[in-house]
Design a protein around this ligand. Structure first.
Ligand code: NAD
Length: 260
């Protein structure tokens, strides 16, 4: 196959929806073989069908990134099936519990951190034995929430997990440079995906919440939230050799939203 990702194998977590799905489709369109890791394979199978319809190659693997042993098994399957891993897109994430800090349940905090932050760690950790054989690229999906606060959202756990991903990416970029593994982190602003469906607002939040609707002018560039396909183009750039000298960088893809 031709394309910027020809001959490469990519692992994408959260590949059944939103940013992961769009990125998997674009990576495959550019010639990568793509492993589609998802909580349940139903949605990942839909992504696989879209990729195959366009002439690409992919397979769906059930994987819960909040369970390290599940990640280890899934990554091993990719390595055994295709013999190599070049690109890892650690993208799966949840909004999780939205609640005031005072009343947020410990289990809810843990669930968000275990999925978003520890899940990223596990995805990278278990991919290293494959990536280091020939070098590679890791892309991590954080958020503009990783570096700024939004009042009334109850997103202390989410924001903490997203900030942790940025710090982790920088540590990983330095630590893995000796293996020619690049690591970069992307920070999307509001993107139209299904992520709102896994937000669990508490009743208490209503007492402190400023309505989480987008005030006029909050999308300076286009006057609308971003599209998953617009994030996918950045993932392709960072995953491909076009970004050969870029590692340890945090890149915003938010239409200038974070400047407000
Ligand atoms: P999405 O809900 O459309 O897609 C996320 C996918 O991840 C889903 O298919 C979901 O099933 C999967 N997933 C959730 N938990 C998982 C787990 N434990 N194991 C495996 N897969 C799991 O949402 P999205 O917006 O595409 O989210 C992707 C990433 O983008 C997340 O890390 C999110 O925090 C980040 N992000 C999204 C936005 C936004 O506005 N949509 C903004 C900034 C950052």
């Amino acid at each position: 196959t031709n394309g910027r990702m020809a001959g490469k194998v990519a692992v994408v977590t959260g590949a059944g929806s939103g940013i992961g799905k769009a990125s998997a489709i674009l990576l495959a369109a550019e010639g990568a073989k793509v492993a589609l890791l998802e909580l349940t394979t139903d949605t990942a199978e839909e992504t696989k069908q879209e990729i195959e319809k366009a002439g690409g190659e992919a397979f769906a693997i059930e994987c819960d990134v909040s369970r390290p042993e599940s990640v280890q098994a899934a990554v091993r399957r990719v390595g055994e099936t295709w013999g190599r891993i070049d690109v890892v897109f650690a993208n799966a994430g949840i909004n999780g519990a939205a609640a005031p800090i005072e009343t947020m349940e410990i289990e809810d905090w843990n669930r968000t951190l275990e999925t978003n932050l520890r899940g990223t760690f596990a995805t990278v950790k278990y991919s290293i034995p494959y990536l280091k054989k020939q070098g590679g690229s890791v892309v991590i999906t954080s958020s503009i929430n990783g570096s700024r606060a939004f009042s009334g959202t109850g997103f202390s756990a989410y924001s903490s997990s997203k900030a942790g991903q940025v710090a982790f990416a920088k540590m990983a970029a330095l630590e893995l440079a000796r293996y020619k593994i690049r690591v970069n982190v992307i920070c999307p602003g509001a993107i139209e995906t299904n992520i709102g469906k896994n937000t669990f607002p508490s009743d208490d939040l209503k007492k402190i919440a400023i309505p989480v609707e987008y005030p006029e002018g909050s999308h300076p560039l286009e006057g609308r939230p971003g599209k998953p396909e617009e994030v996918a183009k950045l993932v392709l750039f960072l995953g491909s050799d076009d970004s050969s000298h870029i590692s340890g960088t945090e890149i915003f893809v938010d239409g200038a939203e974070s400047l407000l």
